[in-house]
Design a binder for this molecule. Structure first.
Ligand code: ZN
Length: 380
């Protein structure tokens, strides 16, 4: 017996590739805006020093008016229009998702991964409009200042600069949505279902979905959470990640942990291999071999179970991002421990027997009200 290949290795490679793509989208979309604002900040500091001298000086009257008029004109003049760049990167994300999904499912690359979805187009329009509004309201409020020192001017100018953060969030969310739409297209093509894959330090809502499986066009149960109450997605429908801003979850095609089913698929592929060999088509032979191997892996390694176990471990170990409150994680670990119970052979909700050492460590964290370390260890 050989050890079955863990599909998470490939999925994590793909995740790194996707993160690099996402960062490229952000720097493309947000980079130019960032340069404009950085230059604008320098201009404010320089002009203030020339007109009023000290930063603490209270400026008012005509000279303040002149400064603010010029500043607001510059802000309004930024003329934010990143919609094309956002759309371009969304399309790239879909292609990457389709490619990665095809590789994870062991099928050849898709000839038609589809167009950017209407949801993503709407999200782009909304994000751009919101960012533009931020610029306008920021400029408006600056104009209304009657008297101000430098800190006050910068504080008001920062309202306009929030446009930058809005664009970044839009770029990241739409990238992840389309990446997963591409993966969905690959699952459809492969005749596979979809499994939710969360990072080990994902939030309590996302971790509860890790390892859950739906049909390629299905919906996930958004009510699942290790926390108190899961956040309701817009419209009450959760088709996949991104679930919230900065969600790093992803989908992966899944054929099912079903040896018999996988064997029959493998058998179909064996015929395909023979046929391709008879035709002398080496590309088709290789593709069919990969598909057979993927189906066999899918059967021999229970990915959903492994993911659910991993998620429960994360809750017990308190692995989390700094952005998630420790209290939330302490309460989640408390709730999970109660569900596991204290019996010697007690099992976690997903079915694995939780080692006493893991339970003890979690209990210690609960008593102290804090986890010793919250970050995921790098060596697995
Ligand atoms: Zn997530």
């Amino acid at each position: 017996m050989t050890t079955p290949r863990d599909p998470r290795d490939l999925i994590r490679q793909h995740d790194e590739q996707a993160m690099a793509g996402e960062d490229a989208a952000v720097s493309d979309v947000v980079g130019p805006v960032d340069s404009v604002f950085t230059a604008l900040w320098r201009w404010i500091l320089r002009t203030w020093a020339r007109l009023f001298g000290k930063p603490t000086e209270k400026a008012e009257g005509g000279r303040l008016r002149d400064l603010l008029d010029e500043l607001t004109a510059k802000i309004v003049g930024i003329g934010l229009d990143p919609a094309d760049a956002l759309l371009h990167h969304a399309q790239r994300a879909r292609l990457m998702g389709a490619d990665q999904g095809a590789r994870e499912a062991g099928i050849p690359s898709l000839t038609n991964p589809g167009e950017v979805s209407q949801e993503t187009r709407d999200a782009i329009d909304r994000g751009v409009k919101w960012a533009q509004e931020k610029l306008a309201t920021g400029a408006d409020e600056l104009k209304r200042l009657e008297q101000a020192d430098l800190a006050e001017v910068l504080r008001q100018a920062s309202v306009a600069r929030q446009a930058q953060a809005i664009l970044e969030r839009t770029a990241r969310t739409t990238w992840n949505n389309e990446l997963n739409e591409g993966i969905r297209a690959a699952a459809k093509e492969a005749g596979a279902r979809l499994v939710w894959v969360a990072e080990r330090d994902a939030c309590v809502d996302c971790l509860a979905l890790s390892g859950r499986v739906v049909d390629w066009d299905g919906e996930f149960d958004w009510r699942l959470t290790f926390g108190k109450k899961a956040q309701r997605p817009p419209g009450g429908v959760l088709k996949g990640p991104a679930r919230h801003p900065n969600c790093r979850c992803r989908l992966s095609p899944w054929f099912g942990h079903d040896t018999e089913g996988a064997l029959s698929v493998t058998h179909d592929w064996a015929d395909a291999i023979k046929e391709a060999q008879a035709r002398g088509d080496q590309v088709a032979v290789d593709a069919a071999r990969r598909a057979a191997a993927a189906a066999a892996d899918s059967a021999s390694f229970d990915l959903p179970a492994a993911l659910r176990r991993e998620a429960e471990r994360s809750i017990l170990n308190g692995y989390a991002l700094p952005s998630e409150g420790e209290k939330v994680r302490i309460q989640a670990a408390d709730r999970l421990l109660a569900a596991i119970g204290t019996g010697k052979n007690s099992r976690a909700p997903s079915g694995w027997q939780v080692p006493a050492s893991v339970k003890k460590r979690a209990e210690r964290a609960l008593r102290k009200g804090t986890f010793t370390t919250r970050s995921v260890p790098t060596a697995r």
